[in-house]
Structure formats: structure tokens, C-alpha cells
Design a protein around this ligand. Structure first.
Ligand code: G4P
Length: 526
């Protein structure tokens, strides 16, 4: 039973630079999958770029992102779980953590813009984890870049080999459709935002005379030349190489016009990996093992101000999760039982009785969970691979209301447990420094401290360049460095020492002057 359930699951994320078409593609996949009936059901989880300090906007955003955090649906005998990732770069850490809970990704690239800043960063995270990637080049209805040039750029900038599985015929106003190299089919393009296009013509071969009639002799000649060239130039598509994250199959289409989405989904369910084994600190855990285990990769808090509930999102890694059964919280050494776990089907939440590897379960929590926590049936396991990244913006927390000190401490602790930001404490005086990757998190923190904990705090800018974790095999050298650098040292929540560098130059110079120390930019070393 377990094996059957595992083999049919496909858990993945769609990633892109903002505006490339992630939201549109997500929605169209749900439409093709039959999970929703009308376009417009998936709300963009984008924060309005002009309203960075509009708190209502942030609240609205939080509401939307819970609803669309996981979108599960059944398609062609498969159970597809799409994990949503926030589009805004200030929430990139959230995205990185979500990537730890998927087995593969679809990367959306804008055909006009090609590889952009977030595309690069997100792919770096995928490369670190060897996550298999399918690339969807979107907006072929626009006057985009030359497809060869785009493919070259993808290979060069993303450090991955590519293999087109479809090929565009013209583009922009002259976009005729795509030739599916794999299935030997022509898909003819028509502007179509509401219906699902099914204008597929099966052809014997690219030399078929029908091709000339359908797209005209000039395009037909060009297509033949292209396909000829492609077959010789690119490696054959190899499933193993894709699953090893060495080779990325590429599709062309136009999400807004429902074009190329159906074939993407059909190919995706066939080739994308089912739930894979995962590394815990103690051992590798295989999904088909009898006993349940999973980890928390995302926490959402206090949506309803009358309740202090949070929803912790748990990715099932092995065995079967069951409602009302006691599970072991390995960090707290405590047994917990969940009476109303939630499943996410399309954009509806419902009570869940059981879940299998690859599924995401929403657990109501009153403050027991921290990002990265592991649940098992009793075994002491800690899943690996949820790194924190060295933050880029730092502010000191200054309490404005001495009567609310406790509330402030609790608020800061819980928000940082959720992964909204990182907390560092500096001695003497327990000075609290919050570090984030974006300004927007500070708005969220201030707003939520006040709304949910009744605490008011000032956040004072600190002009640090970077914070990095420091370790050394030479304990004495480390202790000497810490005592020498006193005011530039703080400790993270797990008591690991962190060095705050004022400038890039300072960081370089300490790295050179203290060869016995290691400076880490992600918390992976822990
Ligand atoms: P994101 O989640 O990656 O940020 O992108 P999103 O889907 O919101 O798409 C960004 C913009 O690109 C949207 O336009 C969307 O309509 C458009 N778009 C998506 N797919 C295609 C496509 O295949 N062709 C073309 N030409 N445009 C596409 P917008 O003007 O920002 O928003 P809207 O008013 O259209 O919703």
C-alpha cells in the first residue's frame, strides 16, 4: 500500500523571478488538472510592490498565502502537490525552506527577460540540493529572445545542461505553436485565455507535407532545420540524468493563453520523481519505511487574532501519518497528538485522516514547533537541510514599553521560531539584534508584535555588512577571537557564535588574519 501511494505522488514547487508567470502557470496547472473550474481562483501571492509598508496589504497577503500554501489535486492517477513559494524577494528564505520539502521544481523563465536575479538565486538552492528541474519558457506570445540564445544563457548562468523537449515555431505576433519533439506532434497556437486549447496535430515525421500546410512553407523549412540541428547538438533526453539534476528538460509556451501547459503537466507527472529518501542527522530515511516521520518547513501564525493558533506545515517523509495518533517531537522529547490535521486540496482545506510520503499536513499548534522540527513514531531523528542564510539587514530591538517586556520577548521568540527573521543576542546587556534578508520583514515584525502580543518596539538600524557563523577545530583560537572581537560577536538562538562584520573589507581581513577559523554564510554547518 505504502509503495503504491508513494509512486503516485509528485510534490514540487514552481519557482521564478517575480512576473515571469508563476501564479499564472500555477492556476493553469490547476485548471488542466481539473482542480478548479474557473480562472482567477488562485490569487497572486505577490505583495503590492508600491505598498511595502501597507500593513493591511501584508495581512491580506498572509491570508492568501495560507490558503495557497499547498495545492493538491489528483490527475491521471497521480496525486500532485504544488507547494507555493512567495514571489517577493524579501521572503526568499521562506522559498528556500519550501524547496527543502519538495522532490522537484518547475522553473518559469520569461522569454523576453531570460535569466533574472531571483532565477539565479533560486536555482543555486536547487543545485545545492540536487533538485531535478523542468524549465518552462513562458510568454512565447511576446517578441522574446532567440530560443537558442535563451538555452545557452540557461546553461551558462544556471550551471545545468538543458534539453528542449518542445521547440517554438516563430514568436510574438508570428508565434505559430510548438513542435513536441518527444511525441512528434504539432501544437498550433491560438490566443485563448479561457478555454483549454487542444489543437494538436499528430504527424508522422517532421518531413510530413501537412507541416507545410499548417504553418506555411517558410516556417516549416525553418522548423526542419532547427529540429535537425537540435537532435545533433543536444544530448538525448535521459530520465536518469534529469532525476540526478544534471539535465533540465525545457518546454516553451504561454501560460496566460493556456498554451503548452497541458503537455508540461502530462510530461511532468510521467518523469518527475516520486518522494525520495531524505537525510536525517542520524541516517537516511526511506519513504517506504513502516513508521511515520516528517519535518516542519513552514509555520503560519495567528491569522485569527482571537486565537493564538498557528499552522505548522509538516512534510511527510516516511510511513503513514494518522489523525489522533501520538507522535514524538524529537527536539522537545515530548509526545503530541493532532486531532484536527488539515489537508490542502486545490485551494480548500479539509480535515485529514491519513497522509503519505510527499504529502503536506497542516498541524494546529500552540507554540511547540520551530522550523526544522522533526516528528517520528518514537525514533530520535532530526531532518537536515533547512539552512538559515546569513542575513543582510540588521536592526536592534529597543523596548518602548517596560511593562510589556515579557510580551515582547515572547513575540520575538515566536516570530523567529516561525522563521520570519533571525535573532542574535549580544552580551553584555542581552542586546537583541534581528537580522533579515529584506526590509519587508521588519514591517511584518513590528505590526505583528503590536497586534498579536501587544508589544511596542523600536527597531534601530545597524550598519553591519554581514553576520557569519564562526567555528574552529582549535577551540582556544575560537575563544581568543571571541574575546578579542567582543562587541562584534553575538549568539544565535542555538548559542552558536556569530561574527558581525562592519564592511566587506573587515570580513576579508579577519578571514585572512585568522586562518584557524571558519566563517559560514549558511547555518548548514550545525
Ligand atoms: P509571477 O507570479 O511569476 O509574479 O507572475 P504572474 O503569473 O503574476 O504574471 C506576471 C504578468 O505576466 C501578469 O501580467 C500575467 O498576466 C503576465 N503573463 C503570464 N503569462 C503570460 C504569457 O504567457 N504571455 C503574456 N504576454 N503575459 C503573461 P500583469 O499585467 O502583471 O497582471 P494581470 O493584470 O495580467 O494579472
Amino acid at each position: 500500500m505504502t509503495t503504491e501511494e508513494i509512486l503516485k505522488r509528485r510534490t514540487f514547487a514552481i519557482i521564478s523571478h517575480p512576473d515571469a508567470g508563476k501564479t499564472t502557470l500555477t492556476e493553469k496547472l490547476l485548471l488542466f488538472g481539473g482542480a478548479i473550474n474557473t480562472a482567477g481562483a488562485v490569487k497572486s501571492n505577490k505583495i503590492n510592490k508600491t505598498a511595502t509598508s501597507d500593513f493591511l496589504e501584508i495581512e491580506k497577503q498572509r491570508g492568501i498565502s495560507v490558503a495557497t500554501s499547498v495545492m493538491g489535486f489528483e490527475y491521471a492517477g497521480y496525486k500532485v502537490n504544488i507547494l507555493d513559494t512567495p514571489g517577493h524577494r524579501d521572503f526568499a528564505e521562506d522559498t528556500y525552506r519550501t524547496l527543502s520539502a519538495v522532490d522537484s521544481v518547475i522553473l518559469v523563465v520569461d522569454s523576453v527577460k531570460g535569466v533574472e536575479e531571483q532565477t539565479r538565486k533560486l536555482m543555486q538552492v536547487c543545485r545545492m540540493r540536487n533538485t531535478p528541474v523542468i524549465i518552462f519558457i513562458n510568454k512565447m506570445d511576446r517578441e522574446g529572445r532567440d530560443p537558442y540564445e535563451l538555452l545557452d544563457e540557461l546553461e551558462r548562468e544556471l550551471n545545468i545542461h538543458v534539453r528542449p523537449l518542445s521547440w517554438p515555431i516563430g514568436m510574438g505576433a508570428r508565434f505559430k505553436g510548438v513542435y513536441n519533439i518527444y511525441e512528434k506532434e504539432l501544437r498550433l497556437f491560438s490566443v485563448n485565455k479561457t478555454k483549454m486549447a487542444k489543437d494538436v496535430v499528430e504527424i508522422e515525421d517532421i518531413t510530413d507535407a501537412q507541416v507545410d500546410q499548417l504553418i506555411g512553407p517558410a516556417f516549416a523549412a525553418q522548423l526542419r532545420e532547427d529540429v535537425d540541428f537540435l537532435e545533433g547538438y543536444y544530448e538525448d533526453f535521459d530520465l536518469g540524468l534529469y532525476r540526478e539534476a544534471y539535465l533540465a528538460p525545457v518546454f516553451f509556451g504561454s501560460a496566460i493563453n493556456n498554451f503548452g501547459v497541458g503537455e508540461l503537466l502530462d510530461t511532468f507527472v510521467k518523469i518527475a520523481p516520486f518522494p525520495q529518501p531524505r537525510e536525517a542527522s542520524q541516517r537516511e530515511v526511506r519513504p517506504e519505511e513502516d513508521t511515520f516521520s516528517g519535518f516542519i518547513f513552514k509555520i503560519h501564525a495567528n491569522l485569527d487574532p482571537n486565537h493564538r493558533d498557528r499552522i505548522a506545515f509538516c512534510r511527510v517523509c516516511s510511513g503513514k501519518f494518522e489523525r489522533n495518533k501520538f507522535y514524538y517531537h524529537t527536539r522537545l522529547d515530548k509526545k503530541l497528538r493532532f486531532s484536527s490535521p488539515t489537508s490542502f486540496m486545490a485551494n480548500e482545506k479539509s480535515l485529514l485522516e491519513e497522509a503519505w510520503p510527499g504529502d503536506v499536513v497542516g498541524l494546529y499548534d500552540t507554540g511547540s514547533f520551530k522550523i526544522g522540527d522533526t516528528l517520528t513514531e518514537g525514533e530520535m531523528l532530526q531532518y537536515k537541510g533547512l539552512p538559515s542564510f546569513s542575513p543582510e539587514i540588521f536592526k536592534e530591538v529597543v523596548n518602548r514599553d517596560p511593562f510589556k517586556t515579557k510580551q515582547l520577548e515572547k513575540g520575538i521568540r515566536q516570530l523567529t521560531d516561525e522563521g520570519v527573521a533571525q535573532l542574535f543576542v549580544q552580551q553584555p546587556g542581552s542586546r537583541k539584534i534581528i537580522g533579515t534578508v529584506g526590509e519587508l520583514q521588519f514591517d511584518v515584525i513590528k505590526f505583528r508584535l503590536l497586534q498579536e502580543y501587544g508589544a511596542t518596539a523600536d527597531l534601530h538600524n545597524l550598519n553591519y555588512y554581514k553576520a557569519c557563523w564562526i567555528t574552529s577545530d582549535d577551540k582556544e583560537a575560537l575563544a581568543r577571537f571571541i574575546s578579542f572581537k567582543g562587541s562584534s560577536i553575538a549568539y544565535d538562538k542555538d548559542e552558536n557564535p556569530v561574527f558581525f562584520a562592519d564592511t566587506a573589507w573587515v570580513l576579508r581581513s579577519v578571514q585572512e588574519s585568522y586562518p584557524a577559523l571558519k566563517f559560514h554564510f549558511t547555518s548548514d554547518f550545525k
